[in-house]
Design a protein around this ligand. Structure first.
Ligand code: HEM
Length: 499
């Protein structure tokens, strides 16, 4: 998956669509909603008048009606493709275990709602394609022992479409999206700062693409529905209506079995054995000042602020919900108590990771820096999810972090004061953080625009930063070489700093 993302990183940069699939899907939902509201305004909501009101859009000057229909239809088509990619990406990255289980499971009903709503949309035109889709769906549903009388009887030849049935069509196509929006809120509410809007350039690109498609391949009605005649030679939308030809080619029970199997497959990943769950973040109330930085930075909304155990009036402390914590350590990196400059023997911080505490990080750094012969000494703070290169060189120590976001910026200054010639911070590429926000917070903290900030005293040439995924090992090695170059001859500066 990462290799594929890298291919798209080159032309698209920060607007790589593969890294914003959830946001693009949400954008498409908004486009569907907006264009749907306008379509609803022109739609004659009676069975007798629906066809003419939608087919008449082709006559609207400047091609605006065609544009509107195209935007609505192609947004739905694009949503199916984007959804497929979104699920494939989250699956490939293993984002369905432990705390992410609920996010995955709340996504599944959205797929059903999207297809149900999209298929229902074709019925509202009440053209021949809508007729074919409505009858096929009714026959397909009749294969289940759900209804006292077969639904397909509503479409007996010679009868006009009943108004009550048309109202049901309206409910399917308009009620489902409302449920979809509610479901989407459920889907993302466990994610802090869920990205529901793609970058502007990507939004503009998507819009342009949909508009061009709407003009290049205009969506048109396919003749008024007539229950007395069977539809022939229809232009099918294979992305949204593939189920009908599938039923025609096989049988209704077979396609139900196929849908059930696909659904089971989609629901399965969160229930597969997921291995040992890593320990979650732990709060040390006596060192927690209630500053709320961890609360702000946690990518999975796993931290809440509660009254401090000390009982001091108004004092707060962090509390971790173990069900939501993904054990990334970003909270430890944000805690103001995580500074190695504190003189206490054991560096207990406000919130920490049991598997790699801030105290262990400081002790290891001291120990391993002391083992380097010098004169050049380089510290690389590596994200274990990123580039796998551990450069074996006599002047380098690698300090592995759960996520780059768990590095308190004060460690950079501290390492330089403790004798390092240069410090390289290595994290995953933009948009590729295994924990969603670690790369972004690290970049902002090191750029001094987010707390805890890197202090101004830290000389620029003493710090290197590289965003390197698995597969970018050469970039990490090159960044280290660059740091060696930029620190050559600058030792006096660091000696000054150390004194
Ligand atoms: C209409 C359909 C869907 C929409 C609009 C949608 C949208 C989103 C959005 C906006 C995010 C947050 C992205 C971020 O800020 O990192 C997200 C995350 C996620 N989605 Fe969906 N989604 C949909 C369907 C699904 C489905 C069907 C699944 C899987 C069965 C799924 C699995 C996930 C997972 C696992 C995450 C969390 C990723 C993480 O932990 O970083 N989504 N989705």
């Amino acid at each position: 998956m990462r290799a594929l993302e890298h291919v798209f990183d080159r032309p698209f940069g920060g607007a790589n669509p593969l890294k914003h699939l959830g946001a693009v899907a949400t954008l498409l939902l908004w486009l569907l909603l907006a264009s749907g509201v306008v379509l609803f305004m022109v739609l004659d909501t009676s069975a007798a008048g629906a066809y003419a009101s939608i087919a008449g859009l082709a006559e609207v000057p400047w091609g605006l009606g065609t544009l509107l229909r195209g935007l609505h239809r192609y947004s739905a088509d694009a949503l199916v493709l984007v959804l497929l990619l979104h699920v494939a990406r989250e699956w490939a990255l293993g984002r369905y275990t432990h705390a992410r289980r609920a996010v995955w499971l709340t996504g599944v009903p959205l797929v059903l709602l999207i297809f149900a709503s999209a298929i229902g949309g074709f019925w509202l035109n009440w053209d021949r394609l809508g007729q074919y889709s409505a009858i096929s769906t009714a026959e397909w549903l009749d294969a289940l022992p759900l209804f006292a009388a077969p639904l397909a009887r509503n479409f007996l030849s010679g009868q006009a479409l009943g108004e009550r049935l048309f109202t049901l069509f309206l409910f399917v196509h308009i009620g489902m999206p409302l449920m979809l929006m509610f479901g989407l809120w459920f889907h993302v509410q466990r994610l802090a700062r869920a990205q529901v809007f793609p970058p502007r350039t990507l939004t503009a690109g998507m819009l342009l693409m949909l508009l061009v498609l709407s003009l290049a391949a205009p969506v048109a009605s396919q003749g008024e529905a007539s229950l007395g005649t069977a539809a022939q030679a229809l232009h099918l939308d294979w992305l949204l209506l593939f189920i009908h030809p599938l039923v025609d080619a096989t049988s209704a029970p077979f396609v139900w079995a196929l849908v059930a199997a696909a659904l089971a497959l989609l629901l399965l990943p969160p229930f597969l054995p997921a291995g040992q769950r890593p320990p979650v973040a732990k709060v040390y109330p006596e060192h927690c000042s209630g500053c709320e930085r961890c609360f702000d930075d946690c990518p999975y909304s796993a931290i809440t602020m509660v009254p401090h155990v000390s009982g001091r009036p108004g004092a707060l402390m962090a509390q971790v919900d173990p069900d939501l914590c993904v054990s990334c350590g970003i909270c430890a990196g944000s805690c103001p108590s995580s500074t190695p400059f504190r003189s206490i023997h054991e560096l207990v911080t406000g919130i920490d990771m049991p598997q790699l505490s801030i105290d262990t990080l400081r002790a290891e750094l001291v120990h391993r820096l002391a083992l380097l012969p010098g004169p050049g000494k380089f510290v690389v703070f590596d994200c274990v999810e990123g580039a796998q290169a551990r450069v074996q060189a006599p002047d380098v120590v690698h300090m592995d972090l759960i996520c780059a976001g768990m590095l308190p910026p004060s460690f950079v200054e501290w390492a330089l004061r403790a004798g390092a010639t240069g410090v390289l911070v290595a994290g995953c590429r933009e948009g590729a953080c295994a924990y969603r926000l670690g790369q972004r917070w690290t970049a902002e903290r090191l750029a001094r625009v987010r707390e805890p900030r890197l202090r101004l005293q830290v000389p620029e040439h003493g710090l290197g930063v590289v965003w390197a995924d698995v597969g970018d090992e050469a970039a990490l090695a090159a960044a280290l070489d660059e740091l060696r170059r930029q620190t050559t001859g600058a030792a006096a500066g660091f000696e000054e700093m150390a004194s």
